[in-house]
Write a protein that binds this ligand. Structure first.
Ligand code: TRP
Length: 446
């Protein structure tokens, strides 16, 4: 087996895992999910899902990963050999494929908008012209494909450099850049005249119809945003040292991830309200609405460069973690060099990613269950595969894994800590599966 890497420092671990968590899910998906679901009520449910289901499930992945020091499939093979539990690992690799194939498309879009911002050609249009521009660009056959190829090459290039020199070092540089940019943009937005309306939209309770579906959306969003349910965190934590505190790291990631999602909305909604744009725009929000907002702002080009750079960094570091699941699995299982497996996997992503990209243009009429290929991949991953994966991983650690392993990974020693451990196991055994399972089932019976 190829020798395994490991992260070198606590800071590196935090930046890499936060890099995985903070992504398009926070900046692109969260704001429009919140807008579509009536703002504040969604936010509250989201916070509940993050801390009561997200953190326990994330810790479960860390326990499996660090205990076994294996990739997502290998981890289950070593803990429950020759049982169907290994299927959970395979499910993770499969989910990674599905997410990657549309994530690279959207990451490519961010690159296009970044390029147009830098060259100054983005600004100067109207709301309508931006909507048209986006549709025309996404529907184009070649440009989005070329961009996704660039994204795949950058990603595989970083992965080939290895865990420490590639993933860790890149994250240590890019993530602090992301935080600084995020804060500058948020302060700027909140100083705008429409900031209060934006904040009201986010925080003041409205009489919106909150249904079980709102909760499903919130739970799905939490799993997606925290990178739970497909072994990305099993894979990353297999590179953790013994001195990493799992509970603390999981909580830190959840808090930072939540803050980034909320701050991203603080960037978007005040600006949207100030310049009279529509908040409910679905997935097009950051691509169709924001350019018109930047056009109306003083030194808008600078803000747009910063915003799309932020989006690109966030997307890239998440894309890295999803791809690493597949690369680690392939290199360790088939005994390949990381270079070889990255090239093979990159090539596969380019092919399937291109088909996904074409679902905005030439293949837009190819639908299944009323969804285009792109929509189907997103739905399948976020609403089905990730919740199923997350629950299975939690159930595995809660019911099947030796309690001693859990205790030793969480460094449980005192009687008080043992009590907390029972609470934790209770969450894994009942709260996570029952809640996620119930909400999950409800979507098929309504
Ligand atoms: N969390 C990332 C985001 O918010 C996406 C992501 C990265 C992911 N790795 C993952 C989602 C693993 C699920 C599983 O955009």
């Amino acid at each position: 087996m190829a020798s395994r890497g490991s992260f070198a420092s606590k800071f590196g671990v935090l930046m890499a895992t936060v890099g995985s968590a903070v992504g398009l899910g926070n900046i692109w998906r969260f704001p429009y999910q919140m807008a579509d679901n009536g703002g504040d009520a969604f936010l509250l449910m989201y916070v509940i899902c993050v801390f009561f289901m997200g953190v326990p499930a994330m810790m479960a992945e860390f326990i499996i990963g660090r205990h076994t020091h294996r990739n997502a499939v290998g981890a289950f093979e070593s803990l429950a050999p020759k049982t169907s539990w290994t299927g959970v690992g395979y499910l993770g690799v499969f989910t990674g494929f599905i997410i990657d194939c549309y994530y690279c498309v959207v990451t490519g879009w961010t690159l296009y908008y970044l390029y147009k911002s830098v060259t100054g050609s983005l600004l100067g249009g109207t709301m309508d012209s931006y909507a048209q521009m986006f549709s025309a660009f996404a529907a184009d056959t070649w440009l989005p494909i070329i961009l996704l190829i660039v994204v795949v090459i950058i990603t595989c290039g970083i992965l080939v450099m290895g865990v420490q020199k590639g993933i860790e070092n890149v994250s240590k540089v890019l993530l602090p850049m992301l935080f600084v940019t995020l804060i500058i943009l948020a302060v700027n937005s909140c100083l705008m005249p429409g900031a209060l309306d934006g904040l009201k939209f986010m925080f003041v309770p409205s009489k919106s119809n909150v249904t079980l579906f709102t909760f499903l959306d919130a739970a799905g969003q939490a799993f997606f945003s925290l990178s739970i349910g497909m072994g990305a965190l099993i894979t990353y934590s297999s590179y953790f040292d013994d001195n990493i505190n799992i509970t603390k790291t999981a909580t830190q990631i959840a808090v930072i991830d939540l803050l980034v999602a909320v701050v991203s909305s603080l960037i978007i909604f005040p600006a949207v309200f100030t310049f009279g744009a529509e908040p409910e725009q679905g997935p097009g929000l950051v691509f169709k609405v924001l350019p018109s907002v930047f056009t109306q702002m003083k030194i808008g080009w600078l803000w747009s460069v910063m915003f799309y750079l932020l989006l690109f960094i966030a997307a890239l570091t998440s894309f890295l973690s999803i791809t690493e699941v597949v690369v680690a699995y392939a290199s360790e299982t088939f005994n390949l060099k990381r270079l070889t497996s990255s090239i093979i996997i990159g090539a596969i992503f380019v092919v399937i990613g291109s088909v996904t990209s074409l679902s905005f243009g030439p293949l837009k009429d190819v639908t299944l269950f009323d969804m285009t290929i792109f929509e189907l991949m997103d739905y399948l991953a976020s609403n089905i595969l990730l919740p199923v994966g997350g629950v299975l991983i939690s159930v595995f650690v809660g019911w099947r894994l030796d309690r001693k392993v859990v205790a030793s990974q969480l460094k449980v020693e005192s009687p008080k800590q043992y009590k907390l451990l029972s609470v934790y196991i209770f969450f894994l055994r009942y709260i996570v599966p029952v809640t996620v399972g119930g909400v999950f089932a409800s979507q098929f019976f309504s």
